[in-house]
Design a protein around this ligand. Structure first.
Ligand code: PA5
Length: 448
């Protein structure tokens, strides 16, 4: 049997006791029931709960589509933003080689676009794609999001020049709504292969749909193991009404109780750069789900030990408004031994012969003790290894804990009304048809 990720609340105990956490977890079983019975806020967006089973019938088709694009090209550009981007990137970066991604991705490279509108990023991507034989996966549930729509228009144009219209259409896969949106229309018109994002799954909960799974399969990773890991976490959490053993109930409760001590920032910390994008995905999941009605923890992240040399000072001694959730990876992939040197001029012989991971583990232990002593509660999530299976477990764990946590806060964890505000202003400034009134107002305000 595979080992599981585990939750350790020992280093939160000085600040909130395990008994208090279990008591809130016990009270929160009703939130789990609300999720399972579809009786809570946002109950039309609960499709993600049963994805570990529901997605199984699609895995062959996703695998075949990935193989088709891999046989046509050496690179795939995955276009998307927010929930249509971060999950795939988190999984792929968690599993890839740090410097030679194509090596681990079995000689195919997945590159991301449409997650910004930076001209330099796009022009440099085009420089790279001039030299590559590439395909495109374009992902947008609404089919109308500006950033990916612009990237798609530019890259489709570029690809068409390289391969002709028919060749280009063959190399594009669209992942979008079943019926609605500009992308769906374009896909129908041009004959792109398509996958559907179900109506009842919001962007940030969509990583176990084709949104995350197709890019992950394209990168050569095992999507069945990812889903299997998610399924094992569903079994540990979704129908587990024992508050003391359900890690999702305990994590959701612990972070809310810690917030009540005045610590309103939760920092996700990893000791490997490989976790950087998992933290980015987690920030969106928790930030968009909880940050509303003046409520919610602010989710932040750090990469240790790198950031111990920048933000470490603040975490140790700054305002006591934060706590940490450390993702602790037990087994790295490959051994690196620190060599012995006769003259020992750098005075490192005391660790000669040790694995680099042993130094990293001790850095993690030392950091945990120091931050705890400095008044920082710490929740630790141990991960046996960064494999597809364990990343799948992490995904389901954080999703279900996020939904419970949102219900503890009494917000709807499945909407995101606040993300429209910047868009309205941007459209007004760009004179988008339909935004004439807003345009007038904003120009007056900015004295344009
Ligand atoms: O979580 C969300 O709903 C958002 O982050 C969306 O995923 C993001 O805005 C992209 O939307 P779309 O997939 O419609 O292009």
């Amino acid at each position: 049997m595979e080992k599981s990720i585990t939750l350790n609340l020992k280093n939160a105990g000085k600040f909130v006791s395990f008994e208090e956490i279990v008591a809130l977890a016990q009270q929160s079983i009703r939130h789990l029931d609300n999720l399972n019975n579809g009786t809570g806020a946002g109950n039309d967006f609960l499709g993600w709960l049963s994805l570990p089973d529901d997605i199984l019938t699609q895995l062959d088709d996703i695998g075949k589509a990935a193989e088709r694009l891999r046989s046509l090209s050496d690179t795939t550009v995955v276009i998307g933003i927010g929930g249509s981007y971060l999950g795939a990137r988190a999984v792929i970066e968690g599993l890839s080689h740090s410097f030679m991604p194509a090596l681990k991705q079995k000689h195919h490279e997945v590159i991301f676009a449409g997650q910004n509108i930076c001209e330099d990023y796009m022009s440099e991507l085009i420089d790279l794609l001039d030299e590559r034989n590439y395909s495109i996966v374009v992902i947008s549930k609404s089919g109308t999001t500006t950033e990916p729509a612009i990237a798609f228009r530019i890259l489709k144009n570029h690809l068409e020049k390289k391969t002709g219209k028919a060749g280009c259409a063959e190399r594009i896969i669209a992942i979008t709504d079943r019926k609605r949106g500009a992308l769906k229309k374009m896909a129908d018109l041009n004959g792109y292969e398509t996958f559907v994002i179900p109506d009842d799954i919001g962007g940030r909960y969509s990583v176990l749909t084709p949104v995350g799974l197709l890019p992950v399969a394209l990168a050569g990773f095992d999507i069945r193991q990812l889903v299997k890991g998610a399924k094992s976490m569903e079994e540990q959490t979704r129908h587990n009404r024992n508050a003391a053993t359900n890690p999702a109930l305990l994590y959701a409760s612990a972070r809310n109780l810690i917030m009540q001590t005045g610590r309103t920032i939760e920092i996700m910390a990893g000791f490997t750069p490989r976790l950087h994008f998992l933290a980015e995905w987690w920030k969106q999941l928790y930030g968009e789900s909880e940050g509303k009605e003046g409520k919610g923890l602010f989710p932040a992240s750090v990469d240790f030990t790198t950031d111990l040399h920048s933000l470490g000072q603040y975490i140790q001694e700054g305002r006591r408004i934060l706590f940490e959730t450390i993702i602790s990876v037990e087994n790295p992939r490959k051994k690196v031994i620190i060599p012995h040197e006769i003259d020992d001029s750098d005075q490192l012989n005391y660790i000669a012969g040790k694995r680099l991971s042993e130094v990293n583990i001790n850095a993690e232990l030392g950091t945990t003790l120091a931050h705890n002593d400095g008044g920082v509660p710490i929740i630790t999530i141990s991960v046996p290894e960064l494999t597809e299976y364990h990343i799948g477990q992490l995904i389901y764990f954080f999703e279900i804990a996020c939904a419970i946590s949102g219900y503890i806060l009494d917000v709807n964890p499945f909407d995101q009304p606040g993300v429209e505000a910047y868009k309205t202003n941007m459209f007004a400034l760009l004179n988008k048809p339909g935004f004439e009134k807003e345009s007038e107002k904003i120009r007056e305000r900015l004295k344009l």
